[in-house]
Design a binder for this molecule. Structure first.
Ligand SMILES: [Zn+2]
Length: 485
């Protein structure tokens, strides 16, 4: 049987994309993988030996995450897919009521502008009026928000809200095609608003230059028919999901990582939500954000365009859609599949006895064990200037780089040895407990995890995390180019 490894988990499997196993049940397959890749253990299983809750297992396209199915032979010919979190049926009438549709009309100029929609039997004048009546909130005006906003404006959506707290920076231009060089340092919300107005001057645009959090999310989405999640972080995604369930607004979810993208519809007519799929976000370091992981330029265009298409289908009420399903697109393997997503009766927010009744900011670092536990000895850190000074003085020091290969090629640190976090326990003999060991990563978070992992493995020598990571040390490194690094 074949086991496909999702891109985000591959560092635990020696970069393998597919593994062939002898067993024909989930338990047999997982045991073989664990024997073959001992480092996988900590990433995929918790202390009690339970598979971590952010990983789902699919046999073919069916969801086999439920433990009760793990000793049942997988149908022959099916392959398994291990899928961690990164981020149907035809409805009658769509999400815009007849009353609201009848409140809008199309003038001659609009009939001309949208004539290619009116030609489509499924859309026609009725569908176009629904699009005009629709109020859609797009959270995030970056790589995914760009195509979503541009296509929804072009399609004739009557009201678009754009929410983003960030400003346009040069590296954004590689994938955020809604912004240009002239927009550098402008708020993304304002830059996107100008583009939307240029595409369709009749669309009413509300641009909000704010960060969505638990205190404002309900007022941000209140009164909207549909919310589109184009954010890039777990905190915002879970707050949006919970708020949409509480307000009863469907959510079109999209996420990208490197070459892989996902789209789903959550909270639509009793369908599942994000927490039904992944009750909790993954641990830090295991699944990098796209700022750390990078994405190929057109991927956000593909995924954002599918999100916009799904949004229009919900508004008009046509076609099959992605409620209860997850579309996964792998652009590198040029492969896509639609996976089943089940509603969970025990879901914390949309189940029969919900424990989450209002949006909450959660401390992602605490949730992921990065925040210092007062009962635990704190992880010692070293400031970038101190590390530079100690290197220049030639002090005996071991520097361990725990970044991914592609991150190392962007900013080199040649004085360091490379050990992935997953291999630290096994390779601790490469460290000298007589000397200080300093762990480095991009932002100074994975390096804390590295020190903790090493301690758990029984290493007694002094170990430090570079405070703020290489991001904080970038200027020193670049000014030393050709010097000690
Ligand atoms: Zn749910």
């Amino acid at each position: 049987m074949k086991v496909f490894i999702s891109a985000t988990l591959r560092s635990f499997f020696g970069r393998s994309t597919t593994e062939e196993v002898q067993g024909n049940t989930v338990n047999e397959a997982l045991k073989e993988l664990r024997d073959r890749f001992p480092e996988v253990g900590k990433g995929l299983w918790d202390e009690k030996g339970e598979l971590r809750s952010f990983i789902r297992i699919f046999a073919g396209e069916a969801d086999w995450t439920d433990k009760n199915m793990h000793d049942t032979p997988v149908p022959s010919g099916s392959s398994l897919l291990l899928l961690p979190l990164i981020a149907g049926g035809a409805p009658e009438g769509g999400i815009i009521s007849e009353v609201r549709r009848k409140q809008v009309s199309l003038d001659n100029a609009e009939v001309d502008q949208f004539s290619r929609h009116l030609l489509l039997r499924e859309i026609g004048v009725k569908g176009q009026k629904k699009i005009k009546a629709a109020r859609v909130a797009v959270i995030g005006a970056g790589a995914l928000g760009g195509p979503v906003l541009q296509y929804l404006a072009a399609a004739g959506v009557g009201t678009l809200k754009i929410v983003d707290f960030d400003t346009v920076a040069v590296p954004n231009l590689q994938s955020q095609v809604i912004h240009g060089f002239r927009d550098i340092r402008r708020p993304k919300a304002a830059s996107a608003r100008d583009k939307v107005r240029a595409i369709n001057r009749r669309t009413e645009v509300i641009a909000e230059n704010i960060k969505v959090d638990a205190s404002n999310v309900l007022s941000v989405i209140d009164g909207f028919d549909l919310v589109i999640d184009c954010t890039d972080n777990y905190q915002a995604r879970y707050i949006l999901n919970d708020a949409c369930v509480i307000c009863g607004i469907p959510l079109v979810y999209g996420a990208v990582y490197q070459y892989e993208g996902w789209v789903s519809i959550f909270n639509y007519q009793g369908g599942p939500c994000l927490r039904c799929l992944f009750p909790a976000p993954p641990e830090p370091g295991l699944v990098p954000t796209c700022a750390e992981g990078g994405t190929i330029s057109p991927l956000s265009g593909i995924i954002g365009s599918i999100q916009a298409t799904e949004a229009l289908k919900l508004i008009i009420g046509i076609g099959e859609h992605l409620s209860g399903k997850l579309l996964r697109v792998d652009t590198l393997g040029l492969r896509s599949e639609v996976l089943e997503v089940r509603h969970r009766d025990d879901c914390q927010v949309c189940g029969s006895a919900p424990t989450i009744r209002e949006p909450k900011n959660y401390d992602y670092e605490e949730l992921c064990g990065l925040r210092e536990d007062p009962a635990e000895e704190p992880v010692a850190t070293i400031a970038p200037e101190d590390l530079a000074r100690r290197i220049e003085n030639g002090e005996p020091l071991t520097i361990v780089d725990v970044r991914e290969p592609h991150e190392r090629s962007i900013l080199r640190f040649s004085g360091a040895i490379v050990i992935p976090i997953g291999q630290l326990a096994r390779r601790q003999r490469e460290l000298n407990p007589e000397h200080d060991t300093v762990f480095i990563c991009k932002e100074g978070k994975r390096s804390i995890l590295a020190v903790k992992t090493l301690r758990e493995a029984g290493y007694a020598g002094p170990a430090y995390s570079l405070r703020g990571g290489l991001d904080a040390m970038k200027d020193i490194i670049l000014s030393n180019e050709g010097g000690w690094i």
